[in-house]
Design a protein around this ligand. Sequence first.
Ligand SMILES: Nc1ncnc2c1ncn2[C@@H]1O[C@H](COP(=O)(O)OP(=O)(O)OP(=O)(O)O)[C@@H](O)[C@H]1O
Length: 280
Amino acid sequence: MNMAQALLKSTLAAPEPQLQPVAQQTVLSVQDLCKSWNGQHNVLDGISFDLHAGELVGVIGRSGAGKSTLLHVLNGTHTATSGHILSLEDDDDERDITELHGRALRQWRSECGMIFQDFCLVPRLDVLTNVLLGRLSQTSTLKSLFKIFPDSDRARAIELLEWMGLLPHALQRAENLSGGQMQRVAICRALMQNPRILLADEPVASLDPKNTQRIMDALKQVSQRGISVMVNLHSVELVQSYCSRVIGIASGRVVYDGHPASLTEDTLQQLYGDEISQLH
Ligand SMILES: Nc1ncnc2c1ncn2[C@@H]1O[C@H](COP(=O)(O)OP(=O)(O)OP(=O)(O)O)[C@@H](O)[C@H]1O
């Protein structure tokens, strides 16, 4: 049995992930999205998919496939070279995120939270303030600098910290936390924005199995509350265990979009090539 067969066997043996009991309301329609750096080849090369409310979508592919770039372009931290990202809401006009600037783009980023592998916390600030900084786009900078947040924001931050088992650390400096704790703070901060979409760029890459499970459990709970979650992962096993859908990218193109249980050996080979032996 080769590595791909072994991997497939182990992943197919994993328990069937529960499908989310939510309506398939489309929140984002990504159409023929391309991104190149300095006029070089397309790092994203015609990506199209619809994202639905309450989905937990795993994004997989070998190193350099374009996973991270995709999340940054969706979030608006990198600009698209061409294509469209349509934000769809019941009570709102359709917005093309690729055309937003200034205040409108900042508003989008508050609706589309992002968490990063390296957490991006402010090390010398306490945990509670780091979480409250998620409200930055809705609070004046001056007020934030002086830590003047409304009681309702503080109550929400405390609620989130309690949910994540971090309340005992609320007044501790972020720099004194473990990696797993920092990532949980980063999730709380992103949720302080009340996002409709949460993007997570390899949030478990440097974490031990216990913390990995905690973070993935948290992301699953977030999606079950109706927030669409897209998470870049290097582990097909995690995708199989947690995600309701997987998008596989190779050389900036979608080569698989479907249920994780339906991934075939051929598709994994197409996605990972000679990196397949490094998968877990
Ligand atoms: N700021 C940049 N300037 C130029 N090229 C870049 C920049 N950021 C990313 N790239 C290139 O874009 C390609 C895709 O990178 P990206 O980080 O999106 O891949 P990835 O699939 O997330 O990889 P990994 O799993 O290793 O994080 C790579 O070839 C990378 O070198």
